[in-house]
Each structure stands twice: as structure tokens, then as C-alpha cells.
Design a protein around this ligand. Structure first.
Ligand SMILES: N[C@@H](CCC(=O)N[C@@H](CS)C(=O)NCC(=O)O)C(=O)O
Length: 219
């Protein structure tokens, strides 16, 4: 039975799922939902996901949205071993904590930076939102100190997939990740260690960065 992913490559959240799927070695049937044309609001998609967000995955009788939950599911269900998403409660808790940090703090604060600009309410991000976003980047930089990969493992986990899709997009959008030496070093390491990095994430992170820059009309 094919696993279907409704997605848009520009979306960092969709790209994290692509990285996890590649790492577990499964093929996804990809269906593009063009958010720029409002395709997510069509009745056929609302029927699948009433919240009309991508990524949305359908695997048999399971329909799932929320990118981090999809990465957890794919690695738990199809991973050859538990390296991507450890079964050991303490090791898993480290991965989970980063996924929650990403959702509730990092990506959330990014939404406060870019959301109003994307919607045309502001011509550039507010200074307050940028400061709060940098505070979150600073925390992440601290978490990554003396770590090879984000959750403290010597190999990639889904925490890296999720964070790398976002961080590479922020970097492409002009946020100076180089100032955060631990983030910078970890990002370079992920680029080398993650299977299909450029194909599945790198190229579209750059396009996302161009999209963000195109929306900021005031310097
Ligand atoms: N927390 C969700 C966020 C998903 C999300 O907001 N996706 C955006 C694209 S980046 C979307 O589908 N927006 C269309 C809409 O909300 O109508 C996740 O990680 O999957």
C-alpha cells in the first residue's frame, strides 16, 4: 500500500518528512498542494485534513498531519532499527525535547518574525520578534555545544531532520547562522551526514530563503 504525502517542497516542515522518509528507506507517493493557489482549501483536501496544512500523510487507514508526528511515526513504523528515534526512554526523551522546542519555541518564534510579513501586514519583521527569535537561536546554540548531533547521539536522529530543515531555511532567509558557532558546525555536519540532503532539503531551503526575502519590502 503506497504512503501518500501531501506536501509543498518550499515548506520546511514538509522537507523534514522527506528527510526522515529517505532515512528509513521508504518511497512516498508525493502529491503537491499548491498553497499559493489556495489548493489546501479545496473541499477534497479539507476532507483529508480539516486544518488544511501540509505536510499531511496517508498510510492506509492512518491520516496524520503535524510534521514532527509524521517523522516520529515513519521512523517508529518503518525504521530498520531505532537509531533515528530511540526506543530507550531517556534517549527518546532527548529527541522529544528538541522536537517540542522546535515546535513551541523556534518555529513558533519564526512564525512571529515572518508571519505578519508573509500576510502583507508588515513590510519587514518587527525588531521585537527578531530579538525573540535570536534568543531562541542562542538557546539552540547552547544545546548543541559539545554535541555531534542534536540529541547528543553520534548519529542523525529525527531531531536533526526537523531542526535542519528549519535552520537551513532561516539561514537562506538571511539569518546569520555563522554567528552561532555550534549551530553552524552542526549544520555543516548534517549536510554531510544526511542522505539526500541537497536533493530533499538544500535546494528548496534556498528557494524558501528567496521567497522570504521577496516578501520583505523595507530594509
Ligand atoms: N505545525 C505544523 C505546521 C504546518 C503548517 O503550518 N504548514 C503550512 C505550510 S509551511 C501550511 O500548510 N499552511 C497552509 C494553511 O495553513 O492553510 C507542522 O509542523 O506540520
Amino acid at each position: 500500500m503506497p504512503i501518500t504525502l501531501y506536501y509543498l517542497p518550499l515548506s520546511p516542515y514538509c522537507r523534514s518528512v522527506l528527510l526522515t522518509a529517505r532515512a528509513v528507506g521508504i518511497d512516498l507517493t508525493l502529491k503537491t498542494v499548491n498553497l499559493f493557489d489556495g489548493e489546501q482549501l479545496k473541499p477534497e483536501f479539507i476532507q483529508i485534513n480539516p486544518q488544511h496544512t501540509v505536510p499531511t500523510m496517508v498510510d492506509g487507514d492512518l491520516t496524520l498531519w503535524e510534521s514532527r508526528a509524521i517523522c516520529m511515526y515513519l521512523s517508529s513504523q518503518y525504521g530498520k532499527d531505532d537509531s533515528l528515534y530511540p526506543k530507550d526512554p531517556k534517549a527518546r526523551a532527548k529527541v522529544d525535547a528538541l522536537l517540542h522546542f522546535d515546535l513551541s519555541t523556534l518555529a513558533h518564534r519564526w512564525g512571529l518574525v515572518f508571519g505578519p510579513v508573509k500576510l502583507g501586514k508588515l513590510s519587514k519583521p518587527s525588531q521585537e520578534s527578531v530579538d525573540k527569535f535570536h534568543e531562541a537561536l542562542g538557546w539552540l546554540d547552547g544545546f548543541l555545544s559539545h554535541k555531534k548531533f542534536a540529541a547528543g547521539t553520534d548519529h542523525v536522529t529525527i531531531a536533526d531532520h526537523v531542526l535542519v530543515a528549519n535552520i537551513s531555511s532561516y539561514q537562506a532567509a538571511g539569518f546569520i547562522i555563522q554567528d552561532y558557532s555550534n549551530i553552524y558546525t552542526w549544520l555543516q555536519r548534517c549536510k554531510e551526514a544526511i542522505d539526500g540532503y541537497e536533493e530533499l532539503n538544500g535546494n528548496d531551503a534556498k528557494k524558501y530563503g528567496d521567497f522570504v526575502k521577496s516578501k520583505i519590502t523595507e530594509k
